[in-house]
Design a binder for this molecule. Structure first.
Ligand code: UT7
Length: 325
């Protein structure tokens, strides 16, 4: 028994924040942002929390899979911007959908979160314990961004993506690879609470209280460029495949330069790599499922295709998976 993805869905809040709008907030310009990141605009939720975004994406994924909420056994939400410590976003989605038979919990693995959630769901489904799971990546990063910090505020956006994963005789999750290096986590941080002291011993408390998201951009960029191929190679090797067997690469959307690095490393034709960073920016755990749902909607996905997913970022974490549709 294996598992396969049977439905995709995404929801992006309607409010658009363009590079030129950011020019009014910080000392930046459209040309710098486009050249250094590939981002032209991102969405920011107004009046909607993470669970609201997640529920909208979930409803679309359920419709795509032809499943009713009552058929769900499990809901996992990957997020670093939950609305509350408790209830979890997954529990709020469970209530909103009326998924009365589903267990529900959140995980925190930042930009790798959706692939972590896929691996967890796949593991449950393989045991036969559950038959139908809903996995979601959802973020309202705009709530924890310091819009006076030009090194981070240009990068991030809000959104949610979801997928229905079902137990299946036909293997749909061919391999996964999860990785973490907590010792390196200080380079990309988002404070949950004001602190008395800095556990990493690097910055004074007033600095932490002032800045919700702080990042050593260059270090995270170098980390991403080196870890992405490592976890991608591992997923390929575990599945007994090479990059030539892959129809689509769907990388985390953190910076177009990282995606270009992946394209160069594997000598990939650009049309095999899905990119939406220009429109969405970095939505952390939502990037990969939003890409997948857009690909479905645009008619780019077909039965039998193999997709290589690669997430990397805060934690530090990284994760890859090869799925067959
Ligand atoms: O999702 C998790 C994974 N996240 C990532 O992988 C993100 C990784 N990091 C990045 O994408 C890049 O490091 C950034 C886009 C954040 C920054 O690009 P960079 O090429 O690493 O630039 P930099 O930080 O080295 O800064 C170069 C210059 C600096 O000025 P000086 O010191 O050379 O005079 C910055 O102060 O660019 C300046 N700068 C800006 N200028 C205009 C930094 N941010 C901006 C800005 N607009 N928004």
């Amino acid at each position: 028994m294996g598992s396969r993805i049977t439905g995709f869905g995404a929801y992006l809040p309607p409010e658009v924040l363009t590079n030129s709008q950011l020019e009014a907030l910080v000392d930046t310009n459209d040309e710098w942002i486009v050249q250094r990141t590939g981002i032209r605009e991102r969405r920011v939720a107004q009046g909607e929390g993470t669970a609201a975004l997640a529920e909208k994406a979930a409803r679309k994924a359920l419709a795509d899979a032809g499943r009713r909420p009552e058929e769900l056994d499990l809901i996992i939400t990957a997020t670093v911007t939950p609305d509350c410590f408790t209830p979890s976003v997954a529990c709020m989605v469970q209530a909103g959908l009326g998924a009365v038979h589903a267990a529900a919990f959140d995980i925190s693995a930042a930009c790798s979160g959706f692939v972590y959630a896929l691996d967890i769901a796949d593991s449950f489904l393989r045991t036969g314990k559950f038959r139908t799971a809903l996995i979601i990546g959802a973020e309202t990063l705009s709530r924890i961004i310091d819009y006076s910090d030009r090194s981070t505020c240009i990068l991030f956006g809000d959104g949610a993506g979801a997928a229905v994963v079902e137990a299946s005789e036909k293997e749909g999750v061919l391999s996964t690879c999860l990785w973490a290096d907590g010792a390196g986590g200080g380079v990309l941080r988002a404070q949950a609470l004001p602190q008395n002291e800095d556990p990493f011993g690097e910055r004074p408390p007033q600095e932490l209280a002032r800045r919700a998201v702080s990042m050593a951009g260059g270090e995270v960029l170098r980390f991403s460029l080196s870890i992405a191929p490592r976890v991608m190679d591992e997923a390929l090797s575990r599945a007994g495949l090479t990059i030539a067997d892959i129809d689509w690469v769907v990388p985390h959307q953190a910076n177009k330069r990282i995606i270009s690095g992946i394209i160069r490393r594997y000598h990939l034709p650009e049309e095999k790599v899905y990119v939406n960073i220009d429109r969405c920016g970095n939505t952390s755990s939502a990037t990969i499922p939003v890409c997948l749902a857009e690909m479905r909607e645009r008619g780019l996905l077909a039965p039998g295709q193999r997709l290589l997913l690669a997430g990397f970022g805060g934690g530090l974490t990284a994760a890859s998976a090869i799925i067959q549709l």
